[in-house]
Design a protein around this ligand. Structure first.
Ligand code: 5AD
Length: 355
């Protein structure tokens, strides 16, 4: 049976719950063909630098939430971060991704200065992933050289969002959607995404997440399995959505990845670190074979990496990918893929459609 896109909600739901290996084979194939015809065989490499693990939020799932007293907090210096950017450049990567907890110690001015320093030394594209920030800060950072911004909405279900984001003041999924629109207006390439298998997440809401990716016309979409962290409220809770609960399994993540590729054919979609964490041997590769076209090798210095444990086993997950340029090249070639050149920004088939 041919797969006709765009898929409607009912079809997405059916595919999400599909378990038959031969039918799934046709889903993988359709996603892989769509990936090839829209974004090609190039795999873009983004060097991930986790610049601070301070966080003011209390996200119920996240190991670096403010309430976790067991975390040794760090904030990298500008010099250390610029060194990591140089490392990304020396490896031939086109992008550096600066990620942190929601750290107010990373002031607007400080981040602007950092962006200028990186841009003066490298021609890398810069992606920021610093949480919810003011429109003024986002505008200043764009001016200072930021190209892209990642802010996952985590789930499109407003109830579930509220439950897992006990907030400082008020946080709602609509605030995240509003920031994504601001980012777009400011000229950023905009990325978002969700976790798969959050306790309380239903199949129906997961289908809605995929429809939301499409309606937001996202440039980048990150999807990974929810991995329980024992030092978090959600990690030790036994509540879930019963019969309708989405399992936090690797298999469901592949289905979400493939459906996301079919619905958002031009998007840059990473084969995420969380996927590699649940299947160290093959997670990255299978992600790339089922819709993904981006890898984000971790370039955070070891001394800090260990403290950026948003989920267990992340810190010690030493790249299953060897990070040396020739090793990556070889690995990708063995999968029939090649290293992306240049910034690897979103390519649009129809020019001039960006509002
Ligand atoms: N399991 C899986 N992913 C997680 N993230 C945070 N905590 C976890 C967890 N326990 C993801 C969130 C966040 C991204 C940086 O990491 O989706 O947006």
């Amino acid at each position: 049976m041919p797969i006709v896109t765009p898929l409607d909600r009912g079809t997405i739901l059916t595919w999400l719950r599909e378990k038959d290996p031969s039918r799934l084979q046709s889903l993988w194939q359709a996603a892989d063909e769509t990936r090839r015809s829209h974004v090609g065989d190039e795999v873009h490499l983004r060097g991930l630098v986790e610049i601070s693990n301070y966080c003011r939020r209390q996200c119920a799932y996240c190991g670096i939430r403010a309430g976790n007293r067991g975390v040794v907090r760090y904030r990298m210096t500008q010099r250390e971060i610029v060194d990591c950017a140089r490392h990304a450049k020396s490896l031939g990567f086109g992008t550096v991704v600066l990620q942190a907890g929601e750290d107010m110690g990373l002031t607007g001015a400080w981040v602007s200065e950092l962006l200028r320093a990186i841009k003066s030394e490298t021609a890398l594209a810069i992606t920021l992933s610093l949480g919810e920030r003011t429109s003024e800060e986002l505008a200043a950072w764009k001016q200072a050289g930021a190209d892209r911004y990642l802010l996952r909405f985590e789930t499109s279900d407003p109830e579930l969002f509220r439950k897992i984001h006990p907030s400082l003041s008020s946080t709602a999924v609509s605030d995240r959607m509003a920031q994504l629109r601001v980012l777009r207006t400011l000229g950023y390439e905009v990325g978002s995404g969700v976790m798969v298998g959050i306790p309380g997440q239903t199949w129906d809401s997961l289908a809605q997440d995929i429809l939301t990716f499409q309606s937001l016309d996202l440039d980048m979409i990150g999807v990974g399995p929810y991995i329980p962290h024992p030092d978090t409220p959600l990690g030790v809770s036994s509540e879930d959505a019963g019969q309708e609960q989405v399992p936090s399994s690797e298999q469901v993540v592949y289905r979400v990845l493939a459906l996301t590729r079919l619905m958002c054919p031009e998007a840059n979609i990473p084969s995420t670190t969380a996927l590699a964490a649940v299947n160290k041997k093959q997670g990255r590769q299978l992600g790339l074979m089922r819709g993904a076209n981006v890898i984000m090798p971790n370039l955070t210095p070891d001394a800090y990496r260990i403290s950026y444990a948003i989920y267990p086993d992340k810190a010690c997950l030493n790249e299953t990918m060897q990070v040396g340029p020739s090793a990556i090249l070889q690995q990708l070639a063995s999968w029939g893929r090649k290293v992306g050149q240049g910034h690897g920004g979103r390519r649009r088939k129809a020019q001039g459609v960006r509002e």
